[in-house]
Design a protein. Structure first.
Length: 308
């Protein structure tokens, strides 16, 4: 089964000499429910796009994109991030993800939107010859309008939105990498043992469709397309878009990190893996181990649990 997975993902690794080994690590984490050390997931473990660590530019703001996937503690991180507004402000961060305050809601998500403006900005910046003054993404009028809502706060930004993992076209990720050249861009994906994650996703699906219990809507033709009440084994197969198999270890509804992380890496976007099974509370781990330069927010959690 693992060899089949390696063969399936090999097509995504042609542009990186080390991508295959990284994909193997991701596959091993998903398939084998071992502890953090055995799965090579210590505190702050991250996947790098090259052999050296990222050199963050202190003159640029941070843009942190947490993509889940669903059923990996995303709602906990999102709701607690809203409650942390005053604490995050001490680290010059503002949360703009799901469940955020109305004035911030979806602003960060919209900045990552896959549309003509994104690709226009990419095209403009890729024509930078370096002979004149350096081109800036905000030179493009539509991009300047899009980002002005974010830049008015003069803050680093955290976005948590699991929907960003549902669809990750490679060309859009490549364009995001280019368009966000004026930011320190970082993606964060969460690891959860596959068996636990799959069962949690299945329970959510069946709960939404009233598929179990006294009021069950399970019926003879429940396996027809469009029914929420899928038989368990029909919930597990690969997720397919346009006849392309994109996930061997997702579900019929969600992609897992076996497909999202390699695509992000191919786009040369820094990406870290948040381990849901760490001893730390997941939001504490997110702000202490994943998010750069957030010491006050991290200290808030350490003090709350009596750790010094």
């Amino acid at each position: 089964m693992l060899d089949q997975y390696h063969n399936q993902l090999s097509y995504t690794n042609v542009s990186h000499s080390d991508s295959h080994s990284d994909s193997t690590t991701v596959a091993s984490m998903i398939l084998h429910p071992r502890d953090a050390n055995t799965a090579n997931l210590s505190h702050g473990t991250h996947y790098k796009t090259n052999s050296t660590d990222w050199d963050w530019d202190d003159n640029k703001p941070y843009f942190i994109v947490h993509i889940g996937p669903s059923k990996t503690g995303t709602t906990t991180i999102q709701k607690e991030s809203v409650a942390l507004e005053d604490v995050l402000a001490h680290d010059d961060y503002v949360y703009m993800g799901r469940h955020a305050q109305r004035k911030y809601l979806k602003q960060g998500y919209k900045a990552l939107k896959e549309d003509s403006c994104l690709f226009e900005t990419e095209s403009y910046l890729l024509n930078d010859t370096g002979k004149d003054k350096a081109l800036m993404a905000t030179d493009v009028p539509c991009w300047n309008n899009r980002m002005s809502n974010l830049q008015q706060y003069h803050k680093n930004i955290v976005v948590s939105e699991e929907a960003l993992s549902y669809r990750l076209p490679q060309n859009a990720l490549n364009a995001i990498h280019t368009a966000f050249r004026d930011w320190n861009l970082l993606y964060v994906a969460t690891y959860r043992r596959y068996a636990e994650w799959m069962l949690s996703a299945l329970k959510e699906r069946q709960s939404e469709g009233n598929c179990v219990g006294a009021k069950s809507k399970w019926y003879v033709n429940a396996t027809q397309v469009g029914s929420l009440c899928l038989e368990p084994m029909r919930f597990l197969p690969w997720k397919i878009y346009a006849n392309e198999v994109i996930s061997n270890y997702g579900t019929s509804r969600y992609q897992n990190i076996d497909t999202t992380v390699p695509k992000i890496k191919i786009a040369n976007i820094p990406v870290k893996i948040l381990n849901m099974h760490e001893e730390r509370h997941i939001t504490e781990s997110f702000y202490c181990d994943m998010v750069p330069n957030a010491p006050q927010t991290c200290k808030h959690y350490l003090d709350r649990v009596g750790k010094r």
